[in-house]
Design a protein around this ligand. Structure first.
Ligand SMILES: O=C(O)CCC(=O)c1ccccc1C(=O)O
Ligand SMILES: [Mg+2]
Length: 372
């Protein structure tokens, strides 16, 4: 970045309700609170500096957007996040972007917001879509996505899976682990009967099961054609997950919570995962997540990307991250439809089980600051 830049960071708090609560074995998510971040380069006065109606610059200083949406158990608290953003704002004024990132190094949601805003700003200056700025890779038109289905009654689960397939999804991830394993096997069986054999089904237990429970689930899931079982055992259980893989059930084992606890090297040394789930909000940013993805690929583990049920800014950042990962499998990015309201217009179209990747410069999110 130029040495003449004069970046200022502003943030605003937001609260978004979910359209209906997302039930998981780890608790219910019914709203998402966080901070929308805007970076403005005051020195970068391209054009005539005219500021449009609202306060969206038309031809004026370059702008970058970021989002910090903490989630209990995955990131710092909302309070710690706000204090970190305050520090980042001050460090940016007195020292610069590198120092600002350093001051929020341990507050992953705050770091996510700052890193995203910096990347959006820089990609915008370079007139490059964010995923190409990130990955330096080829043009990517779409990334495959899964529908995210709450851990509800069998009837609700079947209804939601059917609806998702009717809307074009060909991969559904079912939350499991609240009920008994037998009940979950029955839920998955009923969904399989309802959607047919061509739809990919995954299950995410969010650490709910014992080894024996996971083993019996895997046995049934093999016959039901479940492709991925995500985090069946507690995050600490690296060996347990490695043992589940050794059963050769044909169902891939994915770690999610386990990544935050152990890191890539321990997971790979233990042979504990076929797939690792990357949540940029919990990893400290799409830049960090992109490096983790490259390292996993190098070690023959498949990365996939999901949100933590974020607003449009972070969600679109995650879409760009997924687009920068070659041959990424279906990702948990269709989570905007779980929200009752959003921060602004969604630039990502969902079509036939894919997210259409924005090709505009930067993130491609534009009307989030003025429409408030
Ligand atoms: O992966 C998806 O389909 C959506 C994301 C998701 O399930 C999730 C959302 C918030 C917190 C945790 C998780 C999870 O994957 O465990
Ligand atoms: Mg998960």
């Amino acid at each position: 970045m130029s040495s003449t830049e004069d970046l200022s960071l502003e943030y605003r708090s937001f609260s978004l309700d979910l359209a209906e609560p997302l039930e998981t074995a780890d608790g219910t998510i019914d709203s998402r609170d966080g901070f929308l971040v805007r970076l403005v380069d005051e020195s970068d006065d391209v054009g005539d500096g005219v500021v449009g109606v609202g306060d969206e610059p038309t031809a004026g200083p370059a702008v970058g957007y970021g989002e910090a949406t903490p989630l209990q158990g995955w990131t710092e608290s909302l309070d710690a996040c706000e204090r970190a953003l305050e520090r980042a704002r001050d460090a940016l004024q007195t020292d610069g972007p590198i120092e600002a990132l350093e001051t929020v190094d341990r507050q992953v949601a705050a770091r996510h917001a700052l890193a995203l805003a910096l990347a959006d700003l820089q990609a915008t200056r370079e007139s490059t879509p964010l995923y190409r700025y990130l990955g330096q890779g080829p043009m990517v038109g779409r990334v495959p996505v899964n529908a995210t289905i709450s851990d509800g009654t069998p009837a609700e689960t079947v209804r939601k899976a059917r609806e998702a397939v009717d809307r074009g999804f060909d991969c559904c991830k079912l939350k499991v682990g609240i009920r008994s394993v037998e009940a979950d096997i029955e839920r998955v069986r009923r969904v399989r009967e309802a959607v047919g054999s061509s739809v990919e089904l995954r299950a995410d237990a969010n650490e709910a099961w014992t080894y024996e429970e996971a083993e019996s689930a895997l046995e049934a899931f093999t016959d039901l054609g479940v492709s991925i079982l995500e985090q069946p055992l507690p995050a600490g259980a690296l060996e347990g997950h490695a043992d589940l893989r050794e059963l050769n059930s044909g169902v891939s084992i994915a770690l999610d919570e386990g990544l935050l606890e152990h890191g890539v090297d321990s997971i790979c040394e233990a042979d504990a995962a076929d797939v690792v789930v990357l949540k940029p909000m919990a990893l400290g940013g799409i830049d960090v997540a992109r490096k983790v993805a490259a390292w996993l690929t190098e070690l023959d583990v498949t990365p996939l990307v999901t949100t933590t049920i974020d607003g449009v800014v972070a969600r679109t950042g995650a879409v760009h991250l997924a687009a920068a990962i070659p041959d990424v499998p279906a990702c948990g990015l269709a989570t905007g439809e779980l929200l009752a309201a959003d921060l602004g217009r969604d630039p990502v179209l969902l079509e036939k089980g894919s997210a259409v990747v924005p090709q505009a410069k930067g993130l491609g999110v534009s009307d989030v600051w003025s429409e408030r």
